[in-house]
Design a protein around this ligand. Structure first.
Ligand SMILES: Cc1ncc(COP(=O)(O)O)c(C=O)c1O
Length: 402
């Protein structure tokens, strides 16, 4: 695909590239699913000549490759049957114990009965959708919100309402938030805001899903313990090893009240029986031998350096053209172009200069601000970030509406 035509995928067709033939009568909910605009952009940005601020992926530089290799060798030597056999749907018991201990240490008292290991935290979202959503049911969320969550909600014919919409709260199935360093905005909920949110939802009997995919990637100060620490009966916390170990392992978890966890475990049986046995053992080994805890400070300072390189480049090249928020952790800077400039139009011009980002539009479920865009500072090499933002500034000078 020529790079400068990539933008036509920003508004995806209903069936993407594979329209069903007459043999296949697609379920209405699946037929209504739109191809992820972000995945379409990423197809282009994976080209090695593109400086991509678009991806949501962690930096491969940070993968603990040798530790994974050693753990995997040891597991296949010492416990080959366990690693290669089916396992319990709830997850590998030692890993569930470790997750419970880590959540407890972080301020959320947790036992094994509270924990379900999932195939990435994305699967937890999918299972929660199946457990709690139905057509016409309302979900409260921030606008904009993580597209992977929006996809799950859309599949169930859910109505979305903004988190602070009190009239919608009365009939909501749940509220969904990313408490720390949200994707896409980088915004976090301070302890007082968490408490206010939990109390407001409790008044309407609404539970909360807190998706904490980025909580471990803080730069200066650890985030507060999370809403589940405030109201354990009302909150499901989602966690992931994708951003701190490696996303290809597909190991995440959901923690919450045992009856809901048991329901999600039953639904998981129909989804994939269980998360891969070998991968769960690898994660458990990297926790047990201290690799994860040794990696975390290194990761935090790596991402902080990357963030600072991006903020420096933005100050030098885009100060007159855009505003942005400084994230205190995570992987994203959320930018707003000045003078009502359109980020989707800018993308075409940026791709011609071999620079990619994600326009804000796909993240909105209600009124969208077309001037917004997301920049990831995770994967562009630190020494090339300035070059990328220089390209973005040049694209902005040439894009329609300049
Ligand atoms: C907010 C948020 N939640 C969940 C996920 C899913 O992560 P995983 O399934 O790899 O744990 C992501 C991935 O980018 C994310 O940004």
């Amino acid at each position: 695909m020529p790079i400068d035509t990539a933008c036509r995928f920003v508004t995806p067709s209903r069936f993407g590239e594979a329209a069903p033939t007459s043999f296949w009568r697609v379920a209405p909910a699946a037929a209504a699913l739109e191809a992820s605009a972000i995945r379409e952009i990423l197809k282009v940005t994976e080209r090695p000549d593109v400086l991509s601020f678009a991806g949501g992926a962690p930096s491969p530089v940070a993968f603990p490759i040798e530790a994974v290799r050693a753990a995997s060798d040891r597991i296949l030597r010492d416990d080959p049957t366990g690693a290669l056999q089916y396992g319990p749907s709830e997850g590998y018991l030692p890993l569930r114990e470790q997750i419970a201990a880590r959540l407890t240490a972080a301020g959320q008292p947790t036992t094994v009965a509270n924990v379900l290991v999932t195939t990435g935290s994305q699967q937890a979202l999918d299972l929660i959708g199946k457990a709690l959503l139905a057509p016409g049911v309302t979900v409260l969320a921030a606008n904009p919100t993580y597209v992977g969550a929006l996809q799950v909600f859309a599949l169930h014919g859910t109505r979305l309402a903004e988190l602070d919409d009190d009239s919608a709260a009365e009939r909501a199935a749940f509220a969904y938030v990313t408490p720390s360093f949200a994707n896409p905005t980088g915004v976090s909920l301070a302890a007082a805001a968490q408490r206010r949110l939990v109390e407001r939802l409790a008044a309407s009997n609404v539970p909360l899903i807190e998706d904490d995919a980025y909580g471990d990637l803080w730069f200066d100060e650890a985030p507060p313990p999370g809403c589940r620490a405030i109201a354990p009966a009302q909150v499901l916390t989602l966690g992931s090893f994708s951003k701190v170990l490696a996303p290809g392992l597909r190991v995440g978890y959901v923690a919450g009240p045992p009856p809901i966890i048991a329901l999600l475990a039953r639904l998981k049986q129909g989804a994939d029986l269980h998360t891969p046995s070998l991968n769960q053992r690898i994660v458990a080994a990297l926790i047990a031998n201290g690799t994860l805890d040794a990696e975390l400070p290194r990761l935090r300072s790596f991402y902080k350096r990357q963030r600072d390189a991006l903020l420096g480049a933005l100050d030098r090249h885009l100060a007159a053209l855009a505003d942005w928020r400084v994230p205190a952790g995570g992987m994203f800077v959320w930018l707003r172009l000045k003078q009502g400039r359109d980020a989707t139009a800018l993308l075409a011009e940026a791709l011609r200069r071999r620079v990619a980002f994600v326009p804000g539009a796909p993240f909105y479920f209600a009124a969208a601000d077309p001037a917004t865009l997301r920049l990831s500072f995770a994967t562009v090499a630190g020494e090339r970030i300035d070059e990328g933002i220089t390209g973005l500034a040049a694209a902005l000078a040439d894009a329609p509406g300049a």
